[in-house]
Design a protein around this ligand. Structure first.
Ligand code: GLA
Ligand code: GLA
Length: 663
């Protein structure tokens, strides 16, 4: 049997006399793997060069005797006090020039050479020590890279790193000056050594410099990770390497980081962080899982799945009976091969005393243990058949870190957020139970019948060509507002009207625009009036272009808002605004019907339908995220393998339907 369920375990927080009880309870629950040690640097190296792996050996061994394997975390997210005192410059410097203090975690600068040297040494020692341990199956270097850094480090090492990165990218300082448009406000440089990291300025910032800075920082983190991964691969070729992602988190380009991994892992906290985020946005939770799968275009693991109330200082709501299971199932439905719960037992010490686990503070198994035990035991055999299964969507949404960065730097409209805008399209599909992939802009578009490419703000000749080719060969493409505005260096293009050459694909020109700052606009679509917001492109459509919707307010009332153009064997739609949910639903109905996209069926409010498949079969999950009963269309040709009354769901119930694939 493959590994399917586990827990994040911190034996160093508890007396050793308790370990045996924990191991027994875990085994009883069906736990097959634990992740340990990712924050325990001081326990592993109490003073410089004095490694002590004995405690970790003992717990790995004890768990191994209970049939439980281990994923070892490297402890670089928590450099100990002795090291910081010896090398205070390991502490990162923020944009205001302040050096941050010790405490918390990730108080580190990833370009610092002394810190890197300590990491190389301890990771080498750990890798050599655990390479042949039959109970160690894999590694998680560091933890949630890109989290906790609260902005980027601006120390002297990071400045030097940035200068080297620029030199490598541009070759000559003249090219850099051109790419950054430094003629503006006298920002020209005579040499790479004159450039700065973008610290807090008196006024404004250079958008091109900011874009390179964000890309450079992402590359730094990937390089930091690779340094550890290379050591582990050298000594531990039989063990896997993964890392725990955070959905749409922006700091690291997760596609790039994915190239270092055997598979992606992710931390899924549907209850949100610190009680700020409501439980209810099921489309968002689903989108997170889809993007995680898309980073490496394969099945993934959940390295931390919520198992109780979340919170540090402030707490969120208690998961209702059945809800932890529903969330687990959602992770599995979107492509998880394994689910590891965070954490085994809520800790009594430190910052996270209220981030609850399966066991409460008392350590006595309660309702969460009972519920998840049942889930684990009933799902494990099924998940063996489902190993490697993923959804096979016919719709792709282009998601790019460069576009995300560009909109963080200049949102255009105060409330325009790249990911939120993408999720508006996503939600309209989710609500109709149409599966979705996210796809990198260098990815394979040809597998999608419908490709939605919102906010293609930064444009390159290569990407333009990708879109032309996709449509020419029969693809259905959606382009939107703020497309083709800038070149890849974040500088406005001036050779054409918007959206640049893609205007030929969409059959339009955008001759002016209106930023709907604190305003909205009306749009007429098939004789009905809708609202739209944030932006209005003033579109001039070409002769053969069909106008699907027009503005019905403002000085541009009557002019095109949504258009359709046939090009080659395919179609290109252009949406010049951010549609309200109702308008979006209408547009997506048209787009999906034209592209021949099939929904998994109808379902009532809060009921999600998701499908995944591998060479053994295909499964449809019906997940009730609501606390009242829900209904859905029973899929035909499938048999019910989990659930009570097919088509009718109790609160938080999940039904699974199975079909053998005849290939
Ligand atoms: C002021 C400044 C100009 C320009 C404009 C617009 O008027 O004098 O240099 O910056 O604002 O920002
Ligand atoms: C993240 C981290 C964990 C823990 C949890 C709860 O997911 O990876 O170490 O801090 O959040 O805060």
């Amino acid at each position: 049997m493959n590994i399917h369920f586990g827990v994040d375990y911190y034996p160093e927080h508890w007396p050793e006399e308790r370990w045996n009880t924990d191991a027994e309870l875990m085994q009883k629950m069906g736990v097959q793997v634990v992740r340990m040690a990712e924050f325990s640097w001081h326990k592993l190296e109490p003073t410089e060069g004095q490694y002590d792996f004995s405690w970790l050996d003992r717990i790995i061994d004890l768990l191994g005797k209970h049939g439980i394997k281990t994923i070892v975390g490297t402890p670089s997210a928590a450099p100990p006090a002795w090291m910081i005192n010896q090398h205070p410059d390991i502490l990162p410097v923020d944009r205001e020039g302040r050096r941050r203090g010790f405490g918390g975690r990730h108080h580190d600068c990833q370009s610092n050479p002394a810190y890197r040297e300590y990491i190389r040494k301890i990771v080498t020692a750990m890798a050599q020590h655990y390479s042949d341990n039959p109970n160690v199956i894999g590694w998680q270097p560091d933890n949630e890279l890109g989290n906790s850094h609260d902005g980027l480090c601006h120390c002297a090492y990071c400045r030097e790193n940035f200068q080297n990165w620029l030199k490598k990218k541009y070759g000559t300082v003249g090219e850099l000056n051109k790419a950054w448009g430094t003629a503006f406000w006298s920002q020209e440089y005579n040499d790479f050594s004159e450039t700065f990291t973008p610290a807090l300025t008196v006024t404004g910032e250079n958008p091109s410099q900011m874009l390179d800075w964000k890309k450079c920082h992402s590359d730094l983190i990937v390089d930091f990770f690779k340094m550890q991964a290379d050591i582990i691969r050298k000594y531990c070729p039989k063990q896997f390497i993964t890392h725990n992602y955070m959905g749409f988190a922006d700091t690291v380009n997760y596609y790039d980081l994915g190239k270092q991994l055997d598979f992606v892992s992710h931390d899924q906290y549907p209850g949100g962080f610190f009680g700020q985020q409501p439980h209810t946005d099921n489309a968002y939770l689903s989108a997170i899982l889809d993007v995680v799968r898309s980073y490496k275009d394969k099945s993934y693991w959940i390295m931390e799945q919520q198992s109780g109330i979340t919170g540090w200082q402030i707490m969120g709501r208690a998961p209702q009976p059945g809800q932890l299971t529903a969330w687990t199932m959602q992770s599995i439905a979107h492509g998880a091969d394994a689910v590891i719960y965070f954490r085994w037992r809520v800790c009594a010490i430190g910052t996270e005393q209220y981030w609850h686990g399966i066991l409460p503070h008392s350590g006595i198994p309660g309702r969460r243990y009972e519920e998840l035990s049942e889930t684990v035991h009933s799902m494990a055999p099924l998940m063996d058949r489902m190993q490697g299964a993923v959804p096979k969507p016919e719709v792709g949404i282009v998601f790019s870190f460069a576009q995300l960065y560009a909109f963080e730097i200049q949102p255009n409209h105060p409330d325009l957020k790249y990911v939120d805008h993408l999720l508006k399209y996503y939600k309209a599909l989710y609500d109709r139970n149409i599966p979705v992939d996210f796809v990198e802009d260098t990815g394979d578009f040809s597998k999608y019948k419908l490709l939605i490419a919102p906010l293609q703000y930064l444009m390159s000749p290569e990407l333009e060509e990708q879109y032309f080719n996709y449509v020419k060969k029969g693809g259905h493409l959606v382009l939107t507002m703020r497309t083709g505005v800038k070149d890849e260096y974040n500088i406005n293009m001036t050779d054409y009207e918007l959206p640049g050459k893609l205007g030929n694909l969409a059959g339009i020109e955008v001759l002016d625009y209106d930023c709907l700052n604190q305003a909205e606009v009306s749009v007429t679509y098939y004789g009905k009036d809708y609202k739209a917001e944030k932006w209005a492109d003033l579109i001039s459509s070409k002769e053969n272009t069909k106008v699907l919707a027009v503005y019905s307010s403002e000085f541009y009332a009557g002019s095109p808002c949504v258009t359709e153009n046939t090009f080659g064997e395919g179609k290109c739609w252009y949406v010049g605004t951010e549609p309200s949910d109702e308008l979006m639903a209408g547009l997506l109905k048209t787009f999906t019907e034209e592209a021949g996209i099939i929904s998994l069926g109808n379902s009532g409010m809060e009921v999600e339908l998701t499908a995944k498949e591998n060479e053994n079969g295909r499964w449809i999950f019906a997940i009730n995220h609501g606390s009242s009963s829900g209904v859905f269309d029973i899929p035909s040709g499938y048999r019910l393998i989990r659930g009570k009354t097919a088509g009718v769901l109790e609160p938080f119930e999940v039904q699974i339907f199975e079909k053998d694939l005849i290939l």
